[in-house]
Ligand binder design. Structure first.
Ligand SMILES: *Cc1c(COP(=O)(O)O)cnc(C)c1O
Length: 346
């Protein structure tokens, strides 16, 4: 069992963790919501730029400890981009070949980053083909298919060990309302919402976990109809979230409620947020923030005070030629004005 290379690989990952810092919890000051505090857990500051840094670390440790990853194992992943960027980083740390299988429409910046970390990209036409293509490649190359969509919820230490939930609750300790009334998250693998939901229950917190879902995703339909077999034909336009199938890592029973967010609302929100934060964020952060603002409005209407936490999943610098390009938005998302007006009236 005690293979020298595996031992070395695990200690490399642990040493990398030791050199890293935790991510910030940003408090937003919104004068129109007196007594309601909104927080963004800023996952863009990980070395590979998104919350997928946590997942990639966990998946590598899981694969190593399960005996699935050995010296010279080719690592293969089905990814819309962010996970592949983070996994390419850890593959390079361990000197392992890495191949990302992704839809050809993935943001160019992400492709460049995967290649920057020495990974290769294998393109397929649509989001629904990435699973089978990854399995096929793993078979041909005798490699290991990481399968984030199955393993995300299992590879993460949900009870603590400074997972994202543990980190949020510790960073909230000195706030006016240390236990948030709500946590809002979107689902890609569903892994983060599973970790948050389990942690909240395990700790006995009264916090309500709401998952927001973009257009062209079946997570919400699957949640409402209690049916895991529903599939969609289109890919989500909000990178990182929304899937054409109810991924195995999506645990509906760990969630308290779900809300559908129109794509135009997500994009309007990132442009509105840029004025408040002074920075660009990715589109899934817009989906999260739209959900958080909707809850803040409801709390205000009910005369309640408290805290709402959501995630800043990645930076907008990755999407300058899509969500931050007016022509691209007009052509792919449509008119935002209805939502921009709602945001300005908040
Ligand atoms: C993966 C991802 C999410 C969703 O997180 P999961 O834990 O996979 O559900 C949200 N935003 C971005 C940018 C992501 O890459």
């Amino acid at each position: 069992m005690n293979n020298a290379w595996v031992k070395h690989a695990i200690s490399e990952i642990e040493a990398d963790f030791q050199r890293s810092a935790d991510t910030h919890l940003i408090r937003l000051n919104l004068p129109t919501f007196p007594g309601i505090y909104l927080y963004l857990k800023d996952e863009s500051t990980h070395p590979t730029g998104s919350l997928k840094h946590r997942l990639a670390r966990s998946l590598f440790l899981y694969g190593l400890c399960n005996g699935w990853i050995k010296e010279d194992t080719t690592i293969i992943e089905a990814s819309s981009g962010s996970t592949a960027v983070s996994e390419a980083y850890f593959a390079r740390l361990l000197n392992l070949p890495f191949i990302a299988v992704m839809p050809s429409c993935t943001a160019r910046k992400k492709v460049e980053q995967i290649e920057f970390y020495g990974g290769r990209c294998h393109f397929v036409d649509s989001a629904s083909q990435i699973y089978a293509a990854s399995e096929q490649l793993a078979k041909e190359l005798n490699g290991h298919y990481m399968d984030q969509f199955t393993n995300a919820e299992r590879a993460t230490d949900w009870r603590g060990n400074n997972n994202i939930a543990d980190s949020i609750f510790r960073q909230m300790e000195r706030e006016p309302h240390p236990i948030p009334a709500y946590i809002v998250m979107s689902a890609g693998t569903g892994g983060t919402s599973a970790t948050l939901g389990r942690y909240i229950r395990y700790q006995g917190h009264p916090t309500h976990l709401m998952v927001v879902d973009p257009e062209n995703s079946v997570f919400m339909d699957s949640y409402l109809q209690k049916d895991r077999t529903i599939t969609g034909t289109c890919g989500s336009k909000i990178e990182g979230i929304g899937r054409p199938r109810a991924e195995p890592s999506f645990i509906p029973e760990a969630i308290d409620s779900m809300m559908r967010v129109p794509d135009a609302a997500s994009i309007a929100t990132i442009h509105w947020l840029q004025k408040i934060l002074g920075r660009k964020v990715g589109a899934s952060t817009g989906t999260n923030m739209w959900g958080a603002l909707t809850l803040a409005r409801q709390m205000r209407d009910r005369g309640e005070q408290g805290a709402i936490v959501t995630l800043l999943c990645d930076s907008g610098e990755r999407y300058l030629d899509t969500y931050y390009d007016a022509d691209w938005v007009k052509k792919n998302i449509g008119d935002l004005s209805q939502y921009t007006q709602q945001l300005e009236a908040m």
